[in-house]
Write a protein that binds this ligand. Sequence first.
Ligand code: ADP
Length: 585
Amino acid sequence: MFQSIRWRIAIPYVILFMLVMTGLSLYISDFIYHTELNELESKLTSEARLLGGTLEQRIIGEFPSHGLDVLAKEWSDDLGVRVTLIAADGEVVGESNEDRATMDNHLQRPEIQQALLEGMGRSIRFSRTLGADMLYIALPVVKDAEVLGYVRLAIALDQIEAKVSSLRKTILTGTLIATILAILLGVVVAEYTTRPLRDLAKTTQHISLDAHSDQLIPTTVDEVGQLAGAINAMRVQLRAQYGRLDTERKKLVAVLKQLSDGVMIVDEMGKVQMVNPAAQRMFSVKEGDALDRSLPSVVRHHQIIDLWRKCLESGENQVTSLEVPGKHQIFQVEAIPLVHALPGSVLLVVNDLTHLRRLETVRRDFISNISHELRTPLASLKALAETLQESALDDPPAARRFLNRIEAEVDALSLMVQELLELSRIESGKVPLELKPVPPQDLLTSAIERLQLQSENSGIQVQLHCPADLPLVLADPPRIEQVVVNLLHNAIKFTPAGGNITLSAESSEDIILFSIKDTGSGISAEDLPRIFERFFKADRARSGGGTGLGLAISRHLVEAHGGRIWAESLEGHGSTFYFTIPVVA
Ligand code: ADP
């Protein structure tokens, strides 16, 4: 109950009110009691004085030792008080209300003693005879400086007490009514005072920090209004700050999302707190499955876990490289302690070096391949020239044969140089394409015709599947023909006699998908991703014909047309080469 301001205001207020009222009523009743008592006292004193004077005049000679009961009774009737006349030795000589014979010596009564000493005595005592508190007033009767006796007047205080108690009752009733009113008033005042606060709390709860919400808390002119104003101002500030933070966060999320490097944050307990999409791809894990999970259960590479531990222990950057077994992937992982930003946490940056390493291999292979390609014809040219020089010149038919072979080698060399030049021109975008709408069928048939003799000689059947109503493609016909010739030439080369080659074209959305399918030797899964590299030959001995540049040239030509080229193959069962060319818009 004390948690509500309403009751915190109302309850102390009511308690205070009750305390004040009780204190006040006690004080008033006490005050009235004493005022009444004083009044009674002075009244009795003056009456006693009067009676004392009368008695003094009446007494001639000795103070009578008895017989004053009648007088006491008379006075008592007149004044409505009990009258006791006492001789100087304390003996009761006149009594209005009691049987004097039963009364003892009164000299030791406090009021008599006080009257003797101070000239006036006063006492309040409980009278067993009357069963009530009595006020006694005693005065000495003095004649010629000699105390002749005492006049004592007594009155029961129950009258005053009755009066005070009725007054107290009235005050208490008043207090009770006032308290009830005070409680009601307290509750109403507290309710009225706290209502704006409650309204404020309710409105504040419903107003969101949403950047698009302009809703403000209504303000009033009182203190609560000032508070509402302050909350509004604070809200505007908070919203601006929140907006800034949100923008920063979005920027960060965008950067992390686009980053090709994998990024993770691991807290001191080893739990993953953040993982960007690149890292999710690298470790084949979904964000929901990685967050708040332990690092070992997410990355499953002991080198990375060791790296994280080392970084945590040393507080310094750590780097390691690792190869993912069975996936031919190479990662470089750097662990950076986030000493200031997130103490205890470690940032893991994972760099996928697979592509870079592959490029290195390609470059290395390219150099070794080109050297190899040049060395073989050059060596045979040298051998032929030497033989000619040494002896064959004297043998004209042999010399001619040698010269023919030299010519063939030079032709092969110049073909290779020509292809290389062509490739480099295409790669550097120096070959301008003359794009025009062409029926896909034309591109395939012209290539088939060009290689018809070759396929027939090899004993291979070539088939064409191409609907006549395919949309036109936007292509440079000689270039795409060159691609088809390259692919078909390969198919013939790698398909044994009796095999089949099928060329087809089909429409799919805004492209035409061309395919050249053979039933030849196929390509191993290991070589398949590399066949479009320059100089790549599956035949490692490089004994067969061809330069290994055909597919590289084809790839560049297709890509220059905005298409894509790829191959599917099952070793020993044949291969299918696909490429796409966009249709005329
Ligand atoms: P090349 O001029 O040596 O044929 P390519 O670039 O055209 O060079 O081909 C590269 C390599 O791809 C070939 O040496 C061969 O190993 C492989 N290849 C290409 N087409 C086929 C195919 N249809 N069947 C099997 N292997 C193929």
